[in-house]
Design a protein around this ligand. Structure first.
Ligand code: NAD
Ligand code: MG
Length: 386
């Protein structure tokens, strides 16, 4: 059997390291062809020693990091700067691009991979949110495809794969509720970064962990589901499910409901994004034990206390530049929050102000989307005096 080459963009992060763990169990089918990281040259070098990719990319061009990469196997091709993401994503020995970069920085690589006809296993949801229509156009032009890694969207795909799209009535995304699910509103407003980073069920990168605390993450996921599955916004609902065992529901037109479930781990969604629509034997998967995972409970979303979700849905419905503005304002606000320079309650207020001021702008090209992104970041920095 010939192996498929996998490029991992963001290999040093939470999803990236999970993916390498999964790939190490399936070397008969997949070969690690390219790895990129932002600045962690030491870990990238260790990964290269173990997986022998033909290409390594380090985005930040600090001399120390580059030296570590260069000294690691002179025969290996390596590159630096932002362009290394596109190079990794478009190499001829790459069949699948796992985009596990965090934030808008992943957009160009997704577009380039799709233009080249590759499969993009997409963890980097921000890409779809900011430029869903450009992603669809790139897919059409190049013949590439997107398979989601996000656990909720992987669950939906697993429930609908092989069925007619008209049979789907609506989907219900599950949300853990994050660390502040049952916090009173007054306490929420002044929650600290340290508190926001204590997620009850998932171990993830810092940005998505804060997004899970504000519910901005669920908002991004609503827009992601809209683009991935061609669903109208009123066909996408959300329910809080603190145990994170049911990864989402699909309701069909005859009233039947399917759910996909399993212990909270990203290993299965990563593996399924590589093998879809097939499945392969994976001996490390945790045996499903419904009694050990019980009870499973469900609650309504506290929309008034977590306004970022409502703002994301409104931005998705408004379309145009609004989703890109939402995403960029959120990314900038989270960065400032993590630096301890603003309160938790100010995050949605900053996003709302940016949306009010900047949504009405074109978004019909990559340049227009990047411009909307840059304006939103500058707006939030200025508003908060950073
Ligand atoms: P992380 O912070 O742990 O890792 C991010 C990776 O991207 C790192 O390898 C880093 O080097 C790289 N990176 C960061 N900034 C970059 C830049 N400007 N240019 C190029 N590379 C850069 O994040 P994560 O938790 O692994 O999340 C990655 C993506 O996957 C996010 O879009 C997140 O929303 C999505 N996601 C994550 C999980 C999870 O369980 N962690 C689940 C669902 C979706
Ligand atoms: Mg998710």
């Amino acid at each position: 059997m010939t192996t498929q080459g996998v490029a991992i963009l963001g290999s040093t992060g939470s999803i990236g390291t999970t993916a390498l763990k999964v790939l190490s169990r399936h070397t008969d089918r997949f070969r690690v062809a390219a790895l990129t990281a932002f600045s962690n040259a030491q870990l990238l070098s260790r990964q290269a020693d173990e997986f022998h990719p033909s290409f390594l990319g380090l985005v930040s061009d600090g001399e120390e990091g580059q030296a570590a990469i260069v000294s690691n196997g002179a025969s290996r091709h390596h590159a630096s700067g932002r362009a290394c993401l596109i190079e990794a994503a478009t190499r001829p020995d790459v069949d699948i691009v796992l985009n596990a970069v965090v934030g808008a920085a992943g957009l160009d690589a997704t577009l380039a991979a799709l233009e080249c006809g590759k499969r993009v296993a997409l963890a980097n949801k921000e890409t779809l949110v900011m430029a869903g229509h450009l992603v669809a156009q790139a897919m059409q032009r190049g013949g590439g495809e997107i398979v989601p890694v996000d656990s909720e969207h992987s669950a939906i795909l697993q429930c609908i794969a092989g069925r007619a799209r008209e049979d789907v009535k609506r989907v219900v995304l599950t949300a853990s509720g994050g660390p502040f699910r049952d916090w009173p509103r007054e306490k929420l407003a002044v929650a600290t970064a340290e508190e926001a980073l204590r997620h009850p069920t998932w171990r993830m990168g810092k940005k998505i962990t804060v997004d899970s605390a504000t519910l901005a993450n669920k908002g991004l996921e609503v827009i992601e589901a809209h683009y991935l599955f061609g669903l109208a916004f009123d066909q996408i609902d959300i329910v809080v499910h603190p145990q994170s065992v049911i990864h989402s529901f699909v309701e069909f037109v005859d009233g039947s409901v399917l759910a996909q479930m399993g212990a909270p781990s990203m290993e299965l969604p990563v593996l399924y994004a590589l093998t879809h629509p097939r499945r392969i034997q994976d001996d490390a998967s945790v045996r499903f034990d419904p009694v050990a995972l019980s009870p499973l409970t469900f609650e309504r979303v506290r929309h008034d206390d977590f306004p970022a979700l409502r703002l994301a849905i409104a931005a998705g419905k408004a379309s145009g530049a609004a989703p890109a503005v939402f995403n960029a304002a959120n990314e900038q606000a989270v960065e400032i929050f993590l630096q301890g320079k603003m309160t938790f309650g100010e995050i949605p207020r900053a996003i709302e102000a940016a949306l009010d001021a900047l949504s009405d702008a074109p978004a019909d090209s990559r340049e227009a989307v990047q411009a909307a992104d840059a304006r939103a970041r500058a707006f939030v920095r200025e508003k908060l005096g950073c």
